[in-house]
Design a protein around this ligand. Structure first.
Ligand code: AMP
Length: 452
């Protein structure tokens, strides 16, 4: 899962991309990168770290020439096995037709197969990224233009993705035919801007225009946008997990406010699984909007019973062996005055392995909560995502191999309940269908072919 941002020719392209990526930081914190194209050629800065750490004054000065240019950027959320800097994006190469930059969010289900075929023909892969497969296929394509070469490449690949390419003095933006991963178009100073979510547009005061359509290939130069639909249409399947967990609360994703969708998930959860309680609290920040929805629908007071530390970096080093294993307490602390002696409804967005919920229940008990009712604003996650969300294998997904009662016992709550698939669908209000493969095991790529 990643965030991507692009701007198609602006005198402040580097700074605007920096800001756009900053507003997409929640989509990936491991590495940040930008590729900028102008008359002087192509330049790249791709490093490990947050946007503010990677793009200092020196980096932005190096990237942004006096006339500005076209740029694409990426924030990376790695799969566990793929943490090296080589896997950070955008990828940037110079091939027979000149420089090419690619930034991608998502994954191809047939990546391994295509990579093997390419390697058998002599391709040398330098990373494990799905984006590199696209680059190799573009380099091998017979087509004359970047967009035609991309179309040739994507005919071989199948999956859920949103992608930005930079070459030949143009920006190309595309989305998979199912519309699994999000991508929106906006304008600033008359210039086209592309971002994973509307938050990327809002920070730079770009006006939201529309989503990139599923299967659309947009060829953009400054104020001009050419739209192509080279692929057969497919049944749409926008990713439910964007609304459940991933997207930022202030975004509009798939034409629907994330905050409102999460509140509706919480309200539906309260109607389907009510419980007598004194207080509703969220697991911040992932459960906040759903907890508000639950509390409002149930008529139970909403409180902040858990406080999240915003200062725990990814590289936090615990001081000594003797006081190690603070676990969840480093990130979350419990407010005794809110919880002591209370019957508490705790709302979170999802249970994946069950580790977080177990620690939270123990934390709430330690400050005297008398009853703990865990409410999860999505159905049990039983299937791994093959379209870019970092979920573990089926064997590690606790709901795949344990009953509701067993999961409840494992986390130590008095009761546990999940949102139903119907409740999720109603809350998301999808205009054209959505992907809930993580809860149903029905993968959209299987609907039209042999499967993930
Ligand atoms: P777990 O402890 O494995 O059950 O994970 C559940 C917690 O992780 C919840 O609080 C979610 O908000 C959060 N979460 C869910 N999906 C992801 C993901 N793909 N990456 C990181 N955190 C996640």
């Amino acid at each position: 899962m990643c965030g991507i941002f692009g701007i198609a020719g602006h005198k402040e392209a580097a700074h605007l991309t920096y800001l756009g990526l900053h507003a997409l930081q929640h989509r990936g914190q491991q590495a940040s990168g930008m590729v900028l194209w102008d008359e002087g050629g192509i330049r790249e800065v791709v490093r490990r770290g947050l946007v503010v750490e990677v793009f200092d004054d020196k980096a932005l000065q190096y990237l942004g020439g006096p006339k500005g240019g076209l740029s694409i950027g990426h924030v990376r959320y790695p799969k566990r096995e793929k943490r090296s800097l080589q896997n950070a994006q955008p990828l940037c190469v110079t091939y027979a037709k000149g420089p090419l930059g690619v930034a991608m969010d998502g994954a191809f289900v047939n990546y391994e197969e295509v990579r093997t075929q390419l390697e058998e023909k002599g391709a040398i892969f330098q990373s494990e990224t799905d984006a590199e497969a696209v680059m190799h296929l573009i380099a091998h394509a017979k087509a004359a233009t970047l967009e035609a070469a991309l179309t040739e490449a994507l005919q071989r690949l199948k999956g859920g993705y949103a992608m930005l390419l930079l070459a030949e003095g143009k920006l190309v933006a595309t989305r998979d035919v199912y519309g699994i991963r999000p991508l929106v178009l906006g304008k600033r100073d008359g210039i086209w801007v592309v971002a994973s979510e509307t938050t990327g547009l809002d920070l730079i005061e770009a006006q939201f225009i529309r989503e990139v359509e599923p299967g659309e290939v947009c060829v953009i130069r400054g104020e001009a946008l050419e739209s192509h639909f080279p692929f057969a249409k497919a049944k749409q399947a926008c990713c439910a997990f964007e609304h459940i967990y991933f997207a930022r609360l202030d975004s509009e994703v798939f034409g629907c406010s994330v905050h409102e969708a999460r509140k509706r998930m919480g309200a539906a959860l309260s109607r389907i699984h009510p419980v007598a309680a004194d207080v509703v609290i969220p697991v911040p920040d992932s459960g906040t909007a759903a907890a508000i929805g639950y509390a409002q629908a149930a008529g139970i007071p909403y409180e902040q019973g858990l406080i999240r530390s915003h200062y725990v970096g990814r590289t936090f080093i615990e001081p000594q062996q003797s006081i190690r294993n603070f676990g969840v307490k480093l990130k979350l602390s419990a407010v005794r005055s809110v919880l002591n002696g209370k019957r508490v409804v705790v709302v979170d967005d999802s249970i994946i392995r069950g580790t977080t919920s177990k620690k939270i229940v123990a934390l709430l008990r330690s400050v005297g909560a008398s009853e703990i009712h865990m409410r999860i604003a999505s159905p049990p996650a039983e299937w791994p995502c093959c379209y870019g969300i970092d979920t573990p294998s089926r064997a590690e997904l606790i709901s795949a191999s344990h009953s509701l009662e067993e999961v409840c016992t494992h986390i130590g709550a008095d009761t546990l309940a999940f949102l139903s698939p119907v409740g999720l669908k109603e809350a998301m209000r999808p205009a054209n269908g959505f992907c809930d493969a993580c809860v149903s095991g029905r993968y959209p790529t299987q609907w039209v072919s042999e499967g993930p």
